[in-house]
Design a protein around this ligand. Structure first.
Ligand code: F7E
Length: 323
């Protein structure tokens, strides 16, 4: 029997690269698409190169907003399972460019679902959802939590979540959403706050006068370790129950505390370096975002094991070693 094939839409980002590595280790053949391929192959392969798997994934050029191209790709690859991670994934960029965000998330989701409906595709399909659909969470968000998205990105993910549910219920497509809270790794780029803080803090170790401008330090997030989250993607996708799941740690950390831990690790006082600058405040900021991990633990026996201190230690260690 030949190898099983996984098709990853949106393969070049943090999650796509980590997922590729995990699938390759399980002897899957991995086919990946990326918006980056057509513009800059180097960017596309950066994360895969860092993981030493750039030669092992079959990269395909595909305009995911083009129905025919998506249909042709699925037909040619004939995957056993699909992961849709494709998105303009920056919340802050989504305020500046809502149209591109909607299209890259909603149109692409719809195209994949429609191709699968028209062709009676029988494999499993995982969609990467986002905790941004909940907006502020006063209590840990479970699957029934009210949706109050505050950004174009959140609205796009909300629509995509609804489409997945609709196609599952109406057309029996084997599709599910994993609603993902923030999850980090060294593969995140500097647009995200965790990498920004660590890179900037390291600059402070060399230059005592270095200043770091951040936005609202009072926000609280449920930060997890991406390498664990991509294992959850696969459990959710392959589960026969076809249930949407929340992927989170259930623990909140204030951004100011995150900053403090990073600077403490480097024997620096964060107050000497960090300022809160309105330039980085968001229009529709979510102040508190955390999830309830009990359902995924009960259903799939998955739980996040890496805590915030370990996440920070690992990120710093990687950055120092790569410099
Ligand atoms: O911001 C605040 C910022 O850009 C985290 C994506 O994976 O998770 C990620 O989106 C928090 C926000 O991630 C700066 O306002 C303060 O409250 O690292 P981030 P994100 O926007 O939460 C969700 C769940 C996704 O689905 C997304 O795809 O940190 N913050 N100062 C800052 N953020 C940034 N980027 N830069 C700052 O200077």
């Amino acid at each position: 029997m030949g190898k099983k094939i996984s098709l990853i839409f949106g393969c070049s980002g943090q999650d796509g690269a980590l997922l590729s590595r995990s699938l390759l280790k399980q002897n899957y053949e991995v086919v990946g698409t990326s918006r980056a391929i057509k513009t800059n192959e180097v960017t596309c392969l950066r994360n895969h190169s860092l993981l030493g798997i750039d030669k092992d994934v079959r990269f395909k050029n595909c305009h995911l907003t083009n129905f025919k191209e998506v249909a042709n790709l699925i037909d040619k690859v004939n995957p056993d399972e699909i992961y849709n991670l494709a998105a303009q994934s920056s919340v802050s960029k989504s305020y500046k460019n809502p149209q591109e965000t909607f299209s890259s998330i909603i149109d692409v989701t719809l195209n994949i679902l429609e191709v699968c409906r028209e062709t009676n595709y029988d494999g499993n399909i995982f969609f990467a959802g986002s905790s941004e659909i909940f907006g502020n969470t006063e209590t840990k968000a479970n699957i029934k939590h009210k949706h109050r998205p505050l950004s174009p990105y959140g609205i796009a993910k909300e629509t995509s979540f609804n489409l997945v549910e609709l196609y599952r219920n109406l057309y029996n497509i084997k599709c599910v959403t994993g609603i993902l809270f923030n999850h980090e790794s060294p593969l995140r780029n500097k647009n995200f706050v965790t990498q920004k803080i660590i890179s900037e803090a390291l600059l402070c170790t060399n230059k005592k006068s270095h200043k770091v401008s951040l936005g609202n330090l009072n926000v609280q997030r449920d930060w997890g370790w991406a390498e664990e989250y991509i294992e959850a993607f696969q459990l959710i996708n392959r589960s026969t129950s076809k249930k949407d799941q929340i992927v989170c740690t259930g623990k909140l950390t204030k951004l100011e505390r995150f900053v403090e831990i990073v600077f403490d690790e480097l024997n620096l006082n964060w107050k000497d370096h960090v300022t809160s600058d309105s330039e980085f405040f968001r229009k529709g900021e979510i102040i508190k975002s955390f999830g309830d991990p009990s359902q995924i633990k009960n259903d799939l026996n998955w739980e996040a094991k890496v805590n915030i201190n370990s996440i920070i230690k690992k990120l710093i260690e990687f950055k120092i070693n790569s410099l």
